[in-house]
Design a protein around this ligand. Sequence first.
Ligand SMILES: [Zn+2]
Length: 152
Amino acid sequence: MTKPITAGGEIDSWCTKCKLVLNHRIIAMVGPKPARVECSTCGSHHNFRARAPGDKGPGSTTTRAPRSTSGRASVTRAQQALLDREREWEKAIAGKMVNDFRTYRVSETFNEGDLIRHTRFGDGVVTRVLDARKVEILFKDEPRTLAQGLVD
Ligand SMILES: [Zn+2]
């Protein structure tokens, strides 16, 4: 149990003058929370502020999504392109039946949007028909240009 916060009690607060989180004496309360405090170091009176400006702190009462260790800022352009592609691939593949996929064969010809099952690369979607002999197929890991319409 932490000791109850009351006027006259002590609390750690950001001091607007010292620019530090320091011990303060509570002057006024608003409901269960301290409103005005007096800095024990410099004696200034100011509003209570639990943390330094900009610091959200770990004790925030609002629930937040767990922060991933790889920050958003560290995602490179290449990684982002990869993620976009993977999302595009997932959108094309999601919810499709096994029967919706055609087994890839160089002798076949394909159309944009065709779903492909490749023995080595897995499931893919035809994103572009480059010409009569070539199609671009987006697989989960990367897009590949594959042959089509070859007669052997
Ligand atoms: Zn102070």
